[in-house]
Design a binder for this molecule. Structure first.
Ligand SMILES: Cc1cc2nc3c(=O)[nH]c(=O)nc-3n(C[C@H](O)[C@H](O)[C@H](O)COP(=O)(O)OP(=O)(O)OC[C@H]3O[C@@H](n4cnc5c(N)ncnc54)[C@H](O)[C@@H]3O)c2cc1C
Length: 219
């Protein structure tokens, strides 16, 4: 998705390859934001930036962006090859996909876990259950941080690794199998359009009201 925003010249602090085709790019934080918000990023000041959720905490020194490389994409194959000190262009943070206090489910596929990592790192994990879907165990990004912070529930649903130590199956299967999903709390969904639509249908089927389902779709 491309969107016109003023972009500010920003120096890359670090780029880490954390799984096959998946990276964390970090830069010094020079803005305030609410956990769950996004920034627009590009390699030029006036191109067609892409949107990325912030994955770091609201008070941390560096902004972390978790992204997967789309081999034929216009931005990510170049973003993934930057070195420390390289220049990128970044917008002010924006967006309304933010989580209040109180009981809630956070449901993510792939890099869609990023806003929930930010929320957890910003002190919002209390009373939250995170359900994360990934193909392989290496796709549970930030699992070390999340294991510490998600004290009320952290479910990893691994769809393609036979010897996984986690729930074996898609997160949609975990939701269908779960007979105890509360109907009196909010459900936050983030990830691919397919996942968001499927999960929304499952939740509604289980009696969760439409207005208690909030989603952020990566496209
Ligand atoms: C609110 C929001 C938050 C997001 N947050 C994240 C995040 O935290 N992490 C993350 O990884 N992603 C996130 N995304 C997705 C991200 O913005 C980019 O879409 C993604 O990184 C792909 O960028 P790209 O420029 O490399 O690929 P693109 O150039 O957008 O291409 C993506 C795919 O589409 C194909 N394609 C491109 N053009 C065409 C065409 N004309 N016809 C057919 N196929 C085409 C390409 O081959 C490629 O496979 C978010 C999206 C939104 C809307």
């Amino acid at each position: 998705m491309s969107i016109k925003r003023t972009l500010h010249k920003t120096k890359v602090h670090s780029l880490r390859n954390i799984a096959d085709g998946v990276f964390i790019i970090s830069f010094l934080r020079n803005f305030k934001f609410n956990a769950g918000q996004v920034v627009a990023i590009d390699l030029v000041p006036d191109g067609q930036p892409r949107l990325y959720s912030i994955a770091s905490g609201e008070n941390e020194k560096y902004v972390d962006i978790l992204f997967d490389e789309k081999p034929d994409g216009n931005l990510t194959p170049f973003l993934s090859k930057l070195n420390s000190g390289a220049t990128i262009y970044v917008s002010e943070p924006f967006g309304t996909f933010t989580s209040a206090g109180g009981k809630a489910f956070w449901i993510a596929s792939g890099t869609g876990v990023a806003p929930f990592v930010s929320m957890a790192r910003s002190g919002l994990a209390v009373d939250k259950t995170l359900v994360h879907g990934g193909r392989l165990d290496e796709n549970f990004y930030f699992s070390d941080v999340l294991t510490d912070l998600m004290t009320d529930g952290y479910v990893r649903c691994c769809s393609q690794q036979q010897d996984t130590q986690n729930y074996k199956g898609r997160l949609t299967a975990w939701l269908v199998d779960n007979q105890n999903l509360p109907t009196n709390c909010q459900y936050y969904l983030c990830g691919s359009p397919e996942m968001v639509v499927q999960v929304r249908d499952i939740l509604i089927e289980k009696g969760i009201l439409f207005h208690n389902i909030v989603s952020e779709t990566y496209f």
